[in-house]
Design a binder for this molecule. Structure first.
Ligand code: PBG
Length: 339
């Protein structure tokens, strides 16, 4: 015990380390840089297409040509990874999701185009059937529910087709059991031992995904057969914590190179626990609804956009994220580069 002298109280003046920005910068525990971010991109069919998502101001669905231009800009800003999602024409949707592994599908063409224009950009296509599903579900519907194992086999074909197109990583976001193991086996068997897996391990059934489903028109919908009305039989219950650790550990055991927690801000307790439990990088998806909330409040002048954006990103990193998938990637990188 340090003895307190009467006239010196308090001995610990914590404010000494906060006196000015220079000293604060010396003792700052967490930093952000553009290479911490992955940028989620929505891809549309056509040419010279750039359509803003109404619930996500500043975020666009772009055709492949304009996507490639944007990717080059992102790379110049220091961003090193993109997550890509496609908007699939209604006529190509069915219950098998077979368009998902069409070698000339929109996703496969997008991967090729990005990798040939910007080979050093890490491309991580989403692996899940929802954009291809006539029912808006992440897997194949059988007897009123998602058929886990049949879906896994579809996902393997999808992931292999992404690898063939040049993807660096595949990012399964479907939450089927055992899919990481099947993807690892499938990629290895197809001759892609170096294509990595970033698994959406602790993905919660969240209302924060609303704007994303608007962007891709991929929400679960009414159907001619019985289908679950939401994704709660595969995405996690947000009341649960232990399950997140279990999901992350089993994905690592099955061969995941990175695991993800999703959404971000409301789930930072989970991020920290997963971080402490696994020996692979933890990524966090700062999702569409989180983006929309900040945009909406700052449009009204209720929040300071840039400050809130940076605070949220920093707090996600502090909680344990090695990488953050965020729609703010470009804006935040621009701001960081100005410093
Ligand atoms: C699809 C998928 C979703 C997101 C990423 N991949 C939506 C969902 O599961 O319904 C959400 C991302 C976001 O909201 O930004 N499997």
């Amino acid at each position: 015990m340090v003895q307190k002298t009467k006239n010196m109280f308090p001995l610990q003046r914590n404010r000494r380390l906060r006196v000015n920005e220079s000293i604060r910068s010396l003792v700052r525990e967490t930093t952000l840089s553009p290479s911490d971010f992955m940028f989620p991109m929505f891809i549309a069919e056509g040419e010279n297409i750039k359509v803003e998502i109404p619930s996500m101001p500043g975020i666009f669905r772009r055709s492949i040509d304009l996507t490639v231009e944007e990717v080059k800009e992102l790379f110049d800003l220091g961003i090193r990874a993109v997550n890509i999602y496609v908007k699939v024409d209604e006529s190509l949707k069915d219950n098998t999701g077979k368009e998902a592994w069409n070698p000339n599908g929109l996703m496969q063409r997008a991967i090729k185009a990005i990798k040939s224009a910007c080979p050093e950009m890490i491309v991580m296509p989403d692996v899940a059937l929802d954009p291809y599903s006539i029912y808006g579900h992440d897997g194949i519907i059988e007897n009123g529910d998602i058929a886990n194992d049949a879906t896994n086999e579809a996902l393997v074909k999808m992931a292999v087709s992404h690898a063939q197109a040049g993807a660096d990583f595949v990012a399964p976001s479907d939450m089927m059991d055992g899919r990481v193991l099947r993807l690892r086996q499938g990629l290895d068997a197809a001759g892609f031992p170096n294509v990595g897996i970033m698994s959406y391990s602790a993905k919660y059934a969240s209302a924060f995904y609303g704007p994303f489903r608007d962007a891709l028109d991929s929400a679960p919908r009414e159907a001619d057969v019985v289908v679950p009305k939401d994704k709660k039989t595969y995405q996690m219950d947000y009341a649960n914590r232990i399950e997140a650790i279990k999901e992350a550990l089993s994905d690592v055991e099955e061969g995941a190179d990175m695991v993800m927690v999703k959404p971000g801000i409301a789930y930072l307790d989970i991020v920290r626990e997963v971080k402490n439990a696994v020996n692979v990088p933890v990524t966090v998806f700062h999702v569409s609804g989180e983006y929309a909330m900040i945009k909406a409040a700052s449009e009204r002048g209720w929040l300071d956009h840039d400050k809130i954006m940076m605070e949220q990103l920093m707090c996600i990193k502090r909680a344990g994220a090695s990488l953050i998938s965020t729609y703010f990637a470009k804006e935040a990188a621009i701001l960081l580069n100005q410093k």
